[in-house]
Design a protein around this ligand. Structure first.
Ligand SMILES: *Cc1c(COP(=O)(O)O)cnc(C)c1O
Length: 376
């Protein structure tokens, strides 16, 4: 009964004709990115970080594509994300919960077979307690704070846990992990300081596989690889080596439809606040995508068609953007045509730079009104 009601409330994927924009996710490129990271890491293993719905690209689809490459370990942020993903992944793969378990969520986490990242001695005690109540071993990951000051046990807590012979009763310690604060700056002294702190902390704990590197951490070299790395961004085509050539393939393409084209006369005010006014004559097109679709209102940007730049004019609206199409021959662009916002002419990282943010935020901001196309 519940199942039937659920299925009825899940809206069908809107067709291209009914939507204003198309988001194309190249699962073949994602898989190639996984292989590239895996070959750089070998014999260490690459997990898949698929929090925030796989950085906005669809966690279940992403996970299944990575599983086809042999990935059997996934990370999400919330217990709710893990519960939602478990049916899509089956019982085999490990799903680690980076934010740990909030008090009271232990039974649901255990029932879904999730592996919480225990970030404090309180979380450790609660999870141990859950194992005792269920009278079975529960998987656990322990995070230590090697210097980011965000999550994980402090050195003092690690000492206390290390001194308690019953600390891990009923738990199967799958992983000891920490997270780098400055991995995208290879020369930053914090990287080596964190690695050394991690060494010291994990030596006090029961032997378990270790994990330190995110995407950028993988490119810091072998000493950072340990047994498992946790790439997210690089899988999705974000450059893990800022300032150097991107070693990953692009995964995302975003195209918006032209709603309408028009010829604007000298002096015409364009968009909200008339922040732009036309000098000379100008051909404009209005695109069917706006800040409600996750395109940041701040910062200038442009669309592209066949490599030709179509600068934004005026403000980004909630559902639309006006662009100058004078650079393409008259009549070439018409209603319903698609123009590129993310793709070969403008990468996710380019968009991030233009809008004053990072590729992570560009992807996770992408809205839910697109027609989504999965390739590969
Ligand atoms: C998000 C996250 C990752 C993945 O980081 P990327 O930079 O996207 O590769 C890895 N580890 C932790 C703890 C995270 O929070």
């Amino acid at each position: 009964m519940n199942q039937i009601m659920l299925e009825r409330t899940v809206a069908p994927q809107p067709g291209l004709a009914a939507t204003g924009a198309v988001l194309t996710i190249d699962l073949g490129a994602l898989r190639e990115n996984y292989r590239r990271l895996q070959s750089r890491l070998s014999p260490a293993r690459a997990a898949g970080v698929i929090k925030a719905d796989g950085y906005g690209l669809g966690a279940a689809r992403i996970a299944r594509a990575l599983m086809a490459e042999g990935c059997d370990t996934f990370f999400v942020a919330h217990v709710s994300e893990g519960i939602e993903l478990r049916p899509a992944l089956g019982t085999g793969p490990a799903i680690h919960i980076l934010n740990g378990i909030p008090p009271g969520a232990e039974p649901d986490a255990a029932a879904a077979g999730l592996t919480p990242v225990l970030n404090s001695s309180g979380q450790l005690a609660a999870w141990r307690d859950m194992a005792r109540r269920l009278a079975r071993k529960l998987p656990a990951t322990l995070q230590v704070d090697s210097g980011m000051s965000r999550l994980g046990m402090t050195p003092g807590e690690v000492d206390a846990v290390a001194a308690d012979p019953r600390a891990f009763d009923g738990l199967d310690l799958k992983l000891v992990m920490s997270h780098l604060a400055c991995a995208d700056e290879p020369e930053h002294p914090a990287n080596e300081a964190q690695r050394l702190a991690f060494e010291e902390l994990r030596a006090k704990l029961p032997p378990a596989p270790a994990a330190l590197a995110n995407s950028s951490g993988i490119f810091l070299g072998k000493p950072y690889h340990y047994d498992l790395a946790r790439p997210g961004a690089a899988l999705y085509g974000i450059n893990p080596t800022p300032g150097r050539d991107n070693p990953m393939l692009p995964v995302v393409r975003l195209e918006a439809k032209i709603i309408q084209t028009r010829l604007l006369d000298e002096g015409a005010g364009v968009g909200y606040g008339h922040t732009y006014s036309v000098s000379g004559k100008l051909r404009a097109a209005t695109l069917s995508l706006g800040y409600a679709d996750g395109w940041h209102r701040r910062g200038a940007a442009a669309a592209f068609v066949g490599g030709v730049r179509l600068p934004f004019i005026g403000r980004v609206s909630m559902d639309s953007i006006i662009v100058d199409i004078s650079a393409v021959p008259e009549g070439r662009l018409k209603e319903g045509d698609l123009v590129e916002l993310i793709g070969p002419s403008q990468s996710v990282d380019d968009v991030a730079e233009l809008t004053g943010t990072i590729g992570y935020e560009v992807l996770t901001s992408l809205g839910h009104r697109f027609h989504r196309r999965y390739l590969g």
